[in-house]
Design a protein around this ligand. Structure first.
Ligand SMILES: Nc1ncnc2c1ncn2[C@@H]1O[C@H](COP(=O)(O)OP(=O)(O)OP(=O)(O)O)[C@@H](O)[C@H]1O
Ligand SMILES: [Mg+2]
Length: 264
């Protein structure tokens, strides 16, 4: 059995028949180079509604570049990137901002604002996306709900410097939840965390998906994270979607480029 699905028709039709749902993200033939560094060379990916899709790739393979293309932070050289039915690169700034309010992006690291309290960090996207929530006179219930989801309501008035690495990651996750996004993009949600804290973060990601029915794209090189959370996986190798399948399918592959991911 081969999992080298570079044929887009094959990918699309297999997804539709397997899931019967609709695509919330569609990347077709994505190319991106930085000078002579050809990072993405015709990458394809579809995320179906309600799905947990994991993209694995080694360090420097272009995972963060790909995810940044999804929110318009990196402009591709060619190819199409559709999120929630909209072609990202044809949107003006206002429309792009509107769309971004439906996309939760957990950055690699956690990227909290160090000079703001936890509460202010969570209020920030609410201010930025007023059009989605309207004028919120009292932000506290929303901030509390988002922090309750990650078990950290008691940290509301602390500064990021007072939090551990795992807590910061959870606060960042709460911040992505505050706008009740339809899609969450996780860039290395467990990197730099110990195994127990990683497990806690993975459990949170699962409970969030259950509670809000979000669709999730999870970028990781953590094999354990991929095993636990993925319903489907794509391996990014040499700038393309080199292999695609479930964890158990891919982990049994005899293709050396695929097998390399699963060797401990
Ligand atoms: N803004 C940029 N300008 C120039 N080169 C860049 C830029 N962003 C990324 N790159 C290059 O693109 C390549 C892919 O980077 P990317 O950050 O996507 O890797 P990654 O797969 O996320 O790696 P990691 O697992 O270490 O996070 C790297 O060679 C990087 O140096
Ligand atoms: Mg990265």
């Amino acid at each position: 059995m081969s999992f080298n699905m570079t044929d887009q028709d094959q990918i699309t039709s297999s997804n539709e028949s397997a899931q019967g749902g609709k695509a919330v993200i569609e990347i077709k033939d994505l190319y991106k180079s930085f000078g002579d560094n050809h990072v993405l060379n015709g990458f394809n990916m579809t995320l179906m509604e309600g799905e947990n899709l994991v993209v694995m790739g080694k360090s420097g393979s272009g995972k963060s570049v790909m995810i940044k293309c999804l929110v318009g932070l990196v402009k591709p050289d060619s190819g199409t990137v559709k999120v929630l039915g909209k072609e990202i690169n044809s949107l003006d700034q206002q429309k792009l901002d509107e769309l971004r309010s439906d996309i939760g992006f957990l950055f690699q690291g956690s990227a909290l604002y160090d000079s703001m309290t936890v509460r202010e960090n969570l209020e920030f996207p609410m201010r930025r996306h007023k059009e989605k929530l309207g004028v919120v006179a009292d932000t506290e219930p929303l901030v509390r709900e988002a922090l309750d989801n990650v078990g950290l309501a008691h940290t509301m008035d602390l500064m990021p410097v007072e939090l551990s690495g795992g807590m910061k990651r959870r606060v960042a996750l709460a911040r992505t939840l505050i706008l009740k996004p339809k899609v969450i993009l996780y860039d290395e949600p467990t990197s730099g965390l110990d195994p127990i804290t990683s497990k806690e973060i993975i459990e949170l990601m699962r409970s969030i998906q259950k509670k809000y029915g979000t669709s999730s794209l999870i970028i990781t090189h953590d094999v354990d994270c991929a095993r636990v959370i993925s319903e489907r996986m794509i391996l990014l190798v040499d700038g393309i979607n080199y292999a695609e399948g479930t964890y158990s399918q891919l982990s049994q592959s005899t293709d050396p480029k695929v097998d390399a991911f699963f060797k401990k």
